[in-house]
Write a protein that binds this ligand. Structure first.
Ligand code: KMH
Ligand code: ZN
Length: 276
């Protein structure tokens, strides 16, 4: 089994300091949260950024500032900007950070309800446009799937040349409007991706750690962080993303799975960054 790649989704676009005061907004806070996650064992930072008042933004200048700060504090970590942004953003807003040529970026492969009245819109043409742009810029997409049909869409677009092989998936499980976070559905998703594909799992809310264990024992990789869950355990807010990553490391240690360094993660994912 490959070593375990841990991704830290340190801030997201929806969670706020009202939910957990440790959610980072400023460039400095984002840098410190990335550092805490990296020191704890994360090799990838899934990055959304905010204005100082917490408003989610896809502004390229803000991404550049945050990426510079993260690279200053943890130069080896893999930075994976979001192209999902926040619900309601236009495609032109969302795609901006890829122009900074990060090693990876997310590619959301379908539309779904996103709780309440919100709809996270990713039409087939959007996926094609974003996929083509990532190929042109040499960026490895993390294919975000919120339901099983999104895997089928990604496989179709891979055959059409809009996403390159081997694909790397993120199973986002437990969003209200997406697939549920159950062992049965986990097995369904895992069995639906191409044999040469890799995958990580993001369990939402209280499903974060149960889904992490499913991934650890079955050869997948794990994403944790405030974007998906703000609690260390029932009723206990995590003080930093580092605490969430440390918990995954403890679980992996108990279950006999070693943790990948960023260099090892690059090898597993076939990133061109090589030894960086
Ligand atoms: N904020 C969500 C609507 C991504 O990063 O690509 C979408 C999201 C996915 O977070
Ligand atoms: Zn995200």
């Amino acid at each position: 089994m490959d070593k375990l790649i841990i991704t830290a989704a340190i801030c997201g676009a929806e969670v706020t300091k009202d939910h957990n005061p440790a959610v980072p907004y400023t460039v400095q806070e984002i840098g410190q949260e990335a550092l805490a996650a990296y020191k704890a064992g994360a090799s990838i930072i899934h990055l959304h950024v905010r204005e100082d008042d917490g408003t989610p933004t896809q502004r390229i200048e803000r991404y550049a500032e945050c990426i510079d700060e993260i690279k200053r504090l943890c130069p080896y970590v893999i930075i994976q900007p979001s192209t999902g942004g926040a619900v309601g953003m236009s495609n032109a807003e969302r795609i901006q950070p890829v122009n900074l040529k990060p090693e990876m970026a997310t590619l959301d492969c379908g539309t779904c309800n996103f709780g309440g009245d919100e709809i996270f819109i990713n039409t087939e043409n959007t996926i094609k446009e974003f996929g083509e742009k990532m190929i042109a810029l040499g960026i490895k997409p993390e294919v975000e799937v919120f339901d099983k049909g999104m895997i089928d869409a990604a496989i179709r677009l891979n055959k059409q040349g809009f996403i390159q092989s081997p694909m790397h998936f993120n199973f986002v499980m437990g969003v209200n409007g997406g697939i549920s976070a159950t062992p049965r559905d986990f097995t369904f998703l895992q069995g639906s991706i191409p044999v040469n594909a890799t995958f990580t799992v993001s369990g939402i809310g209280r499903f974060q750690f149960p889904m992490a264990v499913m991934a650890i024992i079955s050869g997948g990789h794990v994403r944790v962080g405030f974007e998906d869950n703000i609690y260390l355990s029932k009723g206990i807010l995590a003080k930093s993303n580092g605490e969430l990553v440390k918990k995954v490391v403890r679980l992996a240690n108990e279950l006999g799975r070693e943790i990948a360094t960023p260099t090892e993660a690059r090898e597993i994912l076939g990133l061109a960054g090589g030894q960086r």
